[in-house]
Design a protein around this ligand. Structure first.
Ligand code: CS2
Ligand code: MG
Length: 408
């Protein structure tokens, strides 16, 4: 199975996606997700200019050798652009190998370790009643776990909250807004810290002790603020507190950990096992948030998760809509196979995304399953993809009241 050609497809059905499509001499087509939200064309160029020319003529079965060749020969290692490009190649080769074997990819990764993957959805609201409606809506759609994000009184424009009321409303993440510049939002940490615990308490009281509740801080707190928040939320038994401090300051989690037993999740912006070296060995986190797409593919993320398993740390793979259907399928195959699966984030893609990507994965009774098609189980309609041209899009920027740019 020799690689004959590879091409990068940039398409925007609902939001921008970058996909690597690898074709072999025996007529198979493998897909890999290379979508880096808001920086899509950087990865597309990295692949087109520096990786695609190296692929033709290689043995498509040689996944580890290809991974190491691309990682080491570049000299410039790690980083989101490099590791997303590497992930796309890795996933496309796993897709090909499994198609060639006539098996769904999870079978090559060791077979199913469970019947399906517990998934969490995103509930949000501008006030309690909207938030409760959103949680009920997610429960009705079958979600057995929910992430809770609430608007904070006094903050007018805030990331992660649905802008309209209504059961099916989605927050304005999607896409990273199609604007020529990042939208500006507001932030006030003291107002947030005053408001959040009461909301989580009310949700717990309304929905009972069983429902797993998650919350994402989006890197906005200092270590001592995060420590206080974790401690205040302990009575409400959060499944996890996500990205409580800026990801660059890994020592911060030592301080947070020493003050609270609220489980911690981090890593959606990490891209290699090196990012986790101390966090895992020192047992400073409980869940690894990296996605297959941004952490070097199945090969890269599996390495991280095997290491995490030594310390009873579990997976909590990033699964917003900026992980494409190809990336989501890869996550589900890996999650089904590993022993230390924790939970899978699941934000269903917009309906129009389905005009380009056809997938075999299913969501029933709160559980995701990758399906039984050989390979990843995803096909990309090249002609349909060409109809949705790339549009510049940016994630927002948050400022404090005095105009200071803040983490978000
Ligand atoms: C979020 C994402 O899914 C999450 O947990 O943090 O919505 C994140 O903001 C985007 O994926 C950024 O690309
Ligand atoms: Mg997050």
């Amino acid at each position: 199975m020799i690689i004959e050609s590879a091409e990068v497809i940039v398409t925007s059905p609902g939001r921008n996606f970058v996909t690597l499509r690898v074709v072999t001499d025996d007529g198979l087509t493998g897909l890999g997700d290379a979508t880096l939200n808001g920086r899509e064309l950087a990865v597309a160029a990295y692949l087109r200019d520096h990786v695609v020319p190296l692929l033709a003529g290689r043995d498509a079965h040689a996944i580890e050798d290809t991974w190491q060749t691309l990682y080491r020969s570049a000299y410039w290692r790690r980083g989101p652009v490099t590791m997303t490009a590497l992930a796309a190649v890795d996933v496309a080769l796993w897709d090909l190998k499994a198609q060639r074997a006539g098996l769904p990819l999870y079978q090559l990764l060791g077979g199913a370790s469970r019947t399906g993957l517990l998934a969490y959805g995103h509930a949000s609201g501008r006030d309690r009643s909207e938030l409760f409606d959103s949680i009920r809506h997610h429960r009705e759609r079958g979600f057995a776990a929910v992430r809770i994000q609430t608007a904070v009184p006094g903050i007018t424009r805030q990331y992660g909250i649905a802008a309209q009321a209504g059961a099916g409303s989605r927050y304005d993440y999607e896409p990273a807004r199609r604007t020529a510049r990042p939208a500006e939002e507001d932030w006030d940490t003291r107002a947030y810290l005053r408001h959040l615990p009461g909301v989580i308490e009310a949700v717990r009281a309304e929905f009972g002790p069983e429902l797993p509740l998650l919350h994402d801080v989006h890197h906005r707190l200092t270590p001592i603020q995060a420590a206080r928040l974790g401690r205040e939320l302990e009575p409400y038994d959060l499944f996890w507190l996500e990205d409580c401090t800026p990801a660059e300051n890994q020592e911060a989690l030592r301080l947070v950990r020493s003050h609270t037993t609220t489980p911690l999740a981090i890593g959606e912006v990490f891209n290699s096992i090196v990012d986790y070296q101390h966090l895992i060995a020192e047992q400073l986190i409980d869940y690894v948030r990296s996605s297959v797409t941004h952490a070097g593919g199945i090969t890269g993320l599996r390495r991280i998760l095997d290491y995490a398993g030594m310390y009873q740390i579990k997976s909590g793979m990033h699964g917003p809509t900026d992980v494409s259907p190809v990336g989501m399928a890869a996550a589900l195959h890996l999650g089904l196979a590993i022993h230390n699966f924790g939970i899978q984030e699941y934000m269903p893609h917009a309906e129009v995304t389905g005009e380009v990507f056809d997938t075999s994965f299913t969501f029933a009774d709160g559980l995701l399953h990758p399906g039984e098609r050989p390979g990843l189980g995803v096909t990309l309609d090249v002609a349909a993809a060409a109809k949705f041209a790339y549009e510049p899009a940016y994630l927002p920027l948050a400022r404090l009241r005095d105009g200071t740019v803040h983490d978000w």
